[in-house]
Design a binder for this molecule. Structure first.
Ligand code: NAD
Length: 375
């Protein structure tokens, strides 16, 4: 085993900063058999050298990802760029023998996702999709409780994911509005998370019926007098049938006025129910039909006890953690898998399975009918 693992990160804005925070901190909370070196950052914007790489402690800077993935001193490539670049970077990095962690949605569509999965599997590298919500302790606890049978047979999985940053018609055109850069809008951005959580907690989805909507079709484009055309959905809703018979309801919108990043899951089973709210991510609501007392009802579990998933890495009970810590779990688990030479989930297969559902919803919206999901 190497004594040092060198990281190369591509994309130097929002997720670039979030992942940098995790690379920087991970060794404090995970006992790793090697040192993690923040070797190189890359962004097409040269200003990122000073604003990002130097400021956040990356040792070197590239403006071309092709150059970064050819560097022999890079062991792991972390992809934090817009969705249209995930596939070429991941495929090339895997072919060059780098382990790859890639932001979600894995790709623009299922075809690209499959190419990524195949390239990573052929190269034998470790691969992961950054579905960080799986690693919220309350979600990991929900998974444990479901696996233990505490909910019995699951009947319903409801997921709403609300943001409101696009309800302002003056909000400018950005890459997320362009289907050629993003693949889709709120759908691939937000439903990607909830579809992955649905697969994680309930199982695979068999068929979907959905509707996508663009509410504001043109936006001001910075640096030009021409309007930017919005081709990616502002909102996407769909119904789902799970392979195990459960029913699913999904809403993702960037027009939920007043809601900033509100994600709520409701899972109703024959023996009990669970409710999760991202705005209170240290908590999990649980109802058990086994409680026959007069005081039965939903109870609120504060997921900060040592016995709860991930918590023994952190603070004493009641000392809550935040959204950014889920990325430390993600990167810590990824590095641990590399150290132990074992696979990690969610991997590119999970990214591909999620993409199958996302693509089927888009097809359903286009053709206005239910779509069966097949491999
Ligand atoms: N896990 C999460 O919760 C979460 C949250 C937000 C975004 N994301 C995902 O992270 C990815 C990045 O989103 P973001 O919000 O950080 O975007 P962003 O616009 O904030 O940053 C993207 C950066 O990539 C750079 N870039 C673009 N093309 C490039 C290329 N070809 N080579 C090198 N650099 C390039 C841009 O200059 C920019 O600095 C997306 O896939 C998005 O869906 C995930």
């Amino acid at each position: 085993m190497k004594k040092e693992f060198n990281i190369g990160i591509v994309g130097a804005q929002f997720m670039g900063r979030v992942h940098t925070n995790a690379w920087f901190d991970v060794a404090q909370f995970y006992d790793l058999p090697f040192k993690v070196i923040m070797k190189a950052a890359c962004d097409i914007d040269p200003a990122s050298e000073q604003n990002f790489a130097v400021r956040l402690g990356w040792q070197s800077f590239e403006t071309s990802w092709e150059k970064l993935i050819e560097r022999e001193d890079i062991d792991i490539v972390d992809i934090c760029t817009p969705n249209n670049s995930h596939m070429p970077i991941a495929v090339a990095a895997a072919k060059n023998g780098k382990h790859v962690i890639c932001e979600k949605p894995i790709a623009m569509d299922t075809t690209e996702a499959k190419q990524m999965l195949e390239a990573a599997e052929v190269s034998g590298v470790n691969h992961m999709v950054a579905f960080n919500y799986r690693r919220i302790p309350a979600i990991a606890l929900a998974k444990k409780m479901i696996d233990e049978g505490k909910l019995g047979k699951i009947h319903h999985f409801n997921a709403v994911y609300y943001q409101d940053w696009l309800v302002d018609p003056e909000f400018p055109w950005v890459w997320r509005h362009d289907i050629k850069l993003a693949g889709s809008g709120a759908h691939g951005d937000m439903n990607a998370h909830t579809v992955d959580l649905a697969r994680f907690l309930v199982g695979d989805i068999e068929s979907v019926c959905g509707e996508e909507k663009v509410f504001i079709k043109e936006r001001k484009k910075p640096g030009t007098k021409k309007a930017g055309i919005v081709t990616a959905d502002d909102a996407a809703c769909f119904l789902a049938r799970f392979e195990n018979g459960a029913l699913g309801n999904f809403i993702a919108t960037r027009f939920a006025t007043g809601k900033k990043n509100f994600l709520r899951l409701e899972i109703f089973g024959s023996k009990g129910s669970l409710i999760f709210n991202l705005e209170r991510l240290n908590e999990l609501e649980y109802y058990s039909r086994d409680d026959h007392s007069a005081e039965h009802g939903f109870r609120n579990i504060l997921v900060t006890e040592n016995e709860h998933p991930y918590i023994n890495r952190w603070w004493p009970p009641g000392h809550t953690i935040g959204w950014e810590h889920t990325f430390i779990h993600e990167i810590g688990d990824f590095l641990t898998a590399i150290a132990n030479n074992v696979k990690i989930t969610p991997d590119f297969y999970d990214g591909y399975k999620c993409q199958l559902v996302l693509d089927a919803v888009m097809k359903s919206s286009k053709f206005r009918k239910w779509i069966d999901i097949s491999n």
